[in-house]
Design a protein around this ligand. Sequence first.
Ligand code: NCD
Ligand code: ZN
Ligand code: ZN
Length: 345
Amino acid sequence: MSTIEITRPDDWHLHLRDGAVMEAVTPESAHHFARAIIMPNLVPPVVTKADAEAYRDRIRACIPPGADFTPLMTLYLTESTDAADVAEAFNSNTALAVKLYPAGATTNSHSGVRNLDNVMGVLETMAKIGMTLCMHGEVTSSDVDIFDREKVFIETVLDPLRNRLPELRITMEHITTKDSVEYVRGSEKNLAASITPHHLMINRNAILAGGIRPHYYCLPVAKRELHRLALRKAATSGDPRFFLGTDSAPHVDPMKECGCGCAGLFTASNAIACLAQIFEDEGALDKLSGFTSHNGSIWYGLDINKGTLTLTRSEKAVSFPTRIQTRDGNITVFDPQTSVYWTAI
Ligand SMILES: NC(=O)N[C@@H](CC(=O)O)C(=O)O
Ligand SMILES: [Zn+2]
Ligand SMILES: [Zn+2]
């Protein structure tokens, strides 16, 4: 058995939901993570400063006593979002970022943005005050193949927006392609990307080969192996523009195991153990703390956490709980389909 210590990690992209699911999943994140950026795609979404304050209070009520966990709030961008309210939320430290969901791109995105022209006023204000735009970067048009939607988004939405408003800070969230890795690498400033543990571990075969497996279906959908390898290279490279966002996105099993299952994987419980395995396999354990605990803090202008998290490597592969229970039903925990020898304490 051997151990390593990393700086206490942060999760720069997390879904905690609300109600019974939030009660059950919040302790899972608070166990390992010091802070997390909380996604605002509730129904109805978290749009205003007042919405974010109320949601933050509900999250705080679910943090186990003694746990040290700070939810960092985001505002869901709609075409009627008020720029002054956004600025006030940022300046009062209520919200760290604004989240762009192209309407129809993913879970609970129907209130999102149809035409960027209608939110330029908000984006200009954000550029002025240094507030980050977090993006779900996929086009939604039905004539674009689902495996190409991220790449086409870069060409038709992201790049034109960056040319139009170069001072806007943008996080490309949960990137899944070599194209995104290259786009970030080629940028000079104001661009960074989060990467999920699952996109580092699975390719699209996990969803479709040998049977259809809804617990590997998320958006953006996992791509070909060459993309997974490019993501692994980026995550373990030490390049500070890449950092962890788990995109842990719980849905109760009946919502996944049905004729039209929801997108999203629940990874909060084993994300750190999986990452330790990935970084060990890539011979890059020395880069793990950068990815989980330093790069994101620096990008968002926050202090790096003071505490540490101990990771233990066993001789035998470890097993994880297969599900967690909530009053609304069970949630399946991500199964990495490969041996993991690490435990986070
Ligand atoms: N990633 C997902 O597949 N689903 C997320 C939404 C998102 O992050 O796109 C969810 O809210 O369930
Ligand atoms: Zn998304
Ligand atoms: Zn997400």
